[in-house]
Design a protein around this ligand. Structure first.
Ligand code: ADP
Ligand code: MG
Length: 653
């Protein structure tokens, strides 16, 4: 390769559009042969629709030809991968479009810096360079203005500065004066001429012969063919002044493709750029955030209220006694208000009813208790030996009384924790004697603390002994019942009622079906929390749809931005990183805000005495859903757009 290698060499380039989905393919370029050397100033002239822009997109590697070969500095670009093409766009070309194609959300300085960002230049380096370029183009004062705050001529000068940012060896200008008033047009043309004189290769597209006349070489295109080329007369290249030596240029390719900024600088840049974009479109950002915040906060609050209500009901249920337990008590009957009695025979009868696990007599009273020199009254609970199991008691010391003790009317007692502490002050009471209404009882056990005051301040003795020796009545006050299967408890209650009524011939008793009542309440609470969860789910979905809508609305505009970024040298992964950062930022901020607001509302509800129990699972679920929605709808469209050819993305469809 020598320095005579042409910079650009097209041979037999064809380009067709369509050809899929039954459309006929339309060929726009019919075999273009064109050679351009470094340092030339070429005008491509032709009528509107003759294929000039199409040709320029091919020259700038924004699009791929349908047929033919394109050699850049001697290398066939058909061999280039996406990253190498991005490198070429970034290092070799500088585009100036008729419609400027500036990024709406960036100010002039940052628009100019875009190509340098993708080249991995440091912030200091590139902002200094952008300032210098803008000053040189007479825009020093306007560096902080966004495109909407600049006139057409100023925007076009910003885009020229951007084209020069990485050197702008080859300036590709597509009707750069087309949208400008004549004064601005003259200025822009003067600039391009200056650049050509400074050694830049300038390829200028125009339909205006007066504009074309300013170039040193004019190539005329008509209906996709080159019909005239003044190259022979004056080849145009200003030898010795060319800023780009094709032979050396491509040597940096491999190195340049691989290099880039450090990942830390990349992340910093991505964060900064995401922040700027979100800030400039803050209304849209706010709407997106609102969707996420409402979704997350409502899930957290509603689930917490549901859970709280349900647990409050469970606590109430525990106060009734556990789900397996109920009791039968005597009741009044008949018109004269006679009161029934329950007997030990009734206990045996109930024991035979299906699903009954335990049925035992139960009678309470108070007794004078004396041990040593201490006297005090205590609650006396008399019961069957199954009492320890029915009440779920644990023994701290000794044993509970047995069926045998019961049968032998043994004078044995088991002390509750409080009683034991009062009379024996932490010493073991087992084996000691206490007087209960003057009857000596041997202490055989001490109950572990139950956590309920009334469960600790008692003396438990066999019912048989109590009825004969202490309380003086043969009748149990209650029959305590425990069932095997709480699901069948209603049936069991009916069976017990039938059996006892048959024996008594009157209904002189009542069965307190606490578990059924508790179960009903629990079911109601469950339904309520299910309903709340449903509403929470709906608000999450509605929030998600809101987010989706807003993000999809932005896709068209963002697609054009992606096209601009690719035209100025962004690789696919640069684009993806940027949009991912934005999506993560919005979803995380929204998710965290939703979490905080949800917790705050929950805390406020606690203040109003609404039962609230926060669930980590609900929080994770809501947060996860919100972040996933933000990521999917923020990132996926950008990912797809980054895979388009730059021209397609630029068209913004
Ligand atoms: P010029 O820039 O010379 O005015 P273009 O290169 O933009 O012309 O377009 C040349 C022809 O190609 C026109 O007829 C136009 O309709 C057609 N064309 C351009 N882009 C597309 C496209 N993406 N799909 C189909 N036809 C296209
Ligand atoms: Mg055009």
């Amino acid at each position: 390769m020598t320095s005579d290698t042409p910079l650009i060499e097209l041979s037999g380039i064809r380009k067709s559009y369509g050809g899929q989905a039954g459309e006929p393919a339309v060929e726009i370029l019919h075999g273009i042969d064109l050679t351009i050397h470094a340092g030339e100033f070429v005008a491509l002239i032709g009528a509107s629709g003759s294929g000039k822009s199409t040709l320029m997109h091919l020259l700038g590697c924004l699009d791929r030809p349908s047929a033919g070969a394109y050699h850049f500095a001697g290398r066939d670009i058909a061999d280039f991968g996406p990253d190498e093409l991005a490198w070429l766009r970034r290092e070799a070309f500088g585009f100036v479009f008729q419609g400027y194609h500036l990024i709406r959300t960036l100010d002039a300085s940052h628009n100019v810096q875009v190509p340098a960002v993708y080249a991995g230049a440091s912030v200091e380096e590139r902002s200094a360079r952008a300032a210098a370029l803008l000053t040189r183009l007479g825009l020093g004062e306007r560096a902080g203005h966004r495109p909407s705050q600049l006139s057409g001529g100023q925007q076009q000068r910003v885009s020229i500065a951007r084209a020069l940012m990485n050197g702008g060896h080859v300036i590709l200008a597509d009707e750069p004066t087309g949208a400008l008033d004549s004064k601005s047009g003259v200025e822009v043309m003067a600039l391009l001429r200056e650049l050509a004189e400074a050694g830049h290769t300038v390829i200028l597209i125009t339909h205006d012969p007066q504009v074309a006349a300013q170039a040193r070489r004019v190539v005329r295109i008509s209906d996709g063919n080159i019909v005239e080329d003044t190259a022979g007369a004056d080849s145009g290249a200003i030898s010795g002044q060319a800023s780009l030596d094709p032979a050396h240029f491509m040597e940096h390719l491999a190195q340049g493709v691989a290099s880039g900024a450090s990942w830390l600088a990349d992340i910093r840049e991505a964060l900064g750029s995401a922040w700027r974009t979100l800030w400039v479109s803050r209304f849209r950002t706010l709407l997106t955030l609102l969707g996420i915040v409402i979704g997350v906060a409502s899930v957290i609050v509603l689930m917490a209220v549901g859970q709280g209500t349900s647990e409050a009901t469970l606590a109430k249920m525990a106060a009734f006694g556990n789900t397996h337990r109920m009791s039968i008590r005597p009741d009044t009957y008949g018109t004269r208000g006679l009161r029934g009695v329950l007997t030990e025979a009734d206990v045996r009868l109930v024991r035979e009813v299906p699903n009954v696990d335990i049925a035992m007599p139960f009678l309470t009273g108070s007794a004078m208790l004396r041990a040593g020199a201490t006297d005090a009254s205590a609650a006396l609970w008399s019961m069957g030996h199954e009492g320890v199991r029915l009440f779920n008691w644990q023994l701290a010391r000794g044993v509970f009384f047995s069926a045998e003790d019961e049968a032998h009317i043994a004078t044995v007692a088991v002390l509750g924790k409080t009683v034991s502490d009062r009379f024996f002050a932490g010493q073991s009471p087992v084996g000691e004697y206490v007087l209960l209404n003057s009857v000596p009882f041997r202490v055989i056990g001490e109950l572990a603390e139950t956590g309920e005051p009334e469960g600790d301040n008692l003396v438990a003795i066999p019912f048989s002994t109590a009825s004969r020796r202490v309380l003086g009545t043969p009748y149990p006050g209650l029959i305590q019942v425990k069932v095997h299967d709480p699901e069948r408890i209603n049936r069991t209650v009916d069976d017990i009622g039938t059996a006892l009524e048959q024996a008594h011939r009157v209904r002189d008793f009542a069965v307190a079906n606490n578990p059924a009542r508790a179960k009903q309440q629990n079911d109601a609470a469950k339904q309520q929390s299910l309903l709340l969860a449903l509403i929470a789910g709906i608000s999450l979905v509605v929030g998600g749809i809101g987010v989706m809508n807003i993000m999809l609305m932005a896709v068209k505009e963002r697609t054009r931005e992606i096209g601009i970024r690719m035209a100025t040298g962004a690789r696919q992964r640069d684009i993806q990183r940027q949009f991912l950062t934005e999506a993560v930022m919005v979803s995380l901020v929204g998710g965290v805000a939703g979490l905080v607001i949800g917790l705050a509302i929950g805390a406020a509800l606690i203040f109003w005495e609404v039962p609230v129990v926060f669930s980590i699972r609900a929080m994770l679920l809501a947060f996860g859903c919100a972040v996933a929605t933000g990521l999917i709808f923020g990132f996926m469209p950008a990912r797809q757009a980054s895979r388009l050819d730059p021209v397609v993305a630029l068209a913004g469809e």
